[in-house]
Design a protein around this ligand. Structure first.
Ligand SMILES: [Zn+2]
Length: 188
């Protein structure tokens, strides 16, 4: 299915399954109404520092409710999310602030099965962009073929970064989106 985005003439290609929800689109009016309900009986948390001194780096996948998966409550952890849960320069930026200014001392990585980045060919993806837009992105897509190896890669990047001060407690997991279970990843 080819959709035309509202703000420009560039086609956006989506698989048919992405359009099967019963929600109205765009969502923002419903989100505002949801927020009014959320703010009813609201209790604020005074301390900006995460109560568990924990920083989680996770994939942005919509099937992963990080707080529920780990049994966390609001105010207990930083959650850094991007495509794949990759340890990019920007993820390092957030971890650096999290540790130096906000007191976190433990990092948990959450990658997962059936990720959108699984088996995605970086060269093909960039070539498509270049052909369509005339510009090849400077960033890495961070595609991978094995989520377990990808977690190991991310753990090593954290350990090797000069900006990550506290590396004694880094644990990586692959989350199975079909069972809800975490599988711990050891470094070779
Ligand atoms: Zn993913």
């Amino acid at each position: 299915m080819i959709l035309q985005s509202d703000d420009d003439a560039r086609p956006v290609v989506l698989p048919l399954t992405a359009m099967s929800s019963g929600h109205s689109f765009p969502n923002v009016d419903e989100l505002i109404a949801n927020n009014a309900d959320y703010a009813d009986g609201w209790t604020s948390i005074a301390d900006v520092r995460p109560d568990r001194q924990l920083c989680v780096i996770a994939c942005m996948d919509s099937r992963m409710d990080i707080f529920s998966i780990l049994g966390l409550q609001n105010g207990e952890a930083h959650i850094i999310r991007n495509a794949g849960g990759a340890v990019t320069d920007d993820a390092i930026r957030s971890v650096c602030l999290s540790q130096r200014s906000l007191g976190t001392r433990e990092i948990v990585l959450l990658h997962h099965t059936r990720c959108g980045l699984l088996n995605l060919n970086e060269d093909d993806f960039k070539a498509d962009l270049e052909q369509e837009l005339g510009v090849r992105p400077s960033w890495a897509l961070e595609g991978f073929t094995d989520p377990y190896r990808d977690v190991q890669q991310s753990m090593r990047r954290l350990q090797m970064s000069p900006f990550v001060l506290h590396t004694n407690h880094i644990t990586g997991f692959v989350y199975d989106v079909d069972t809800g279970l975490l599988h711990k990843v050891e470094l070779d």
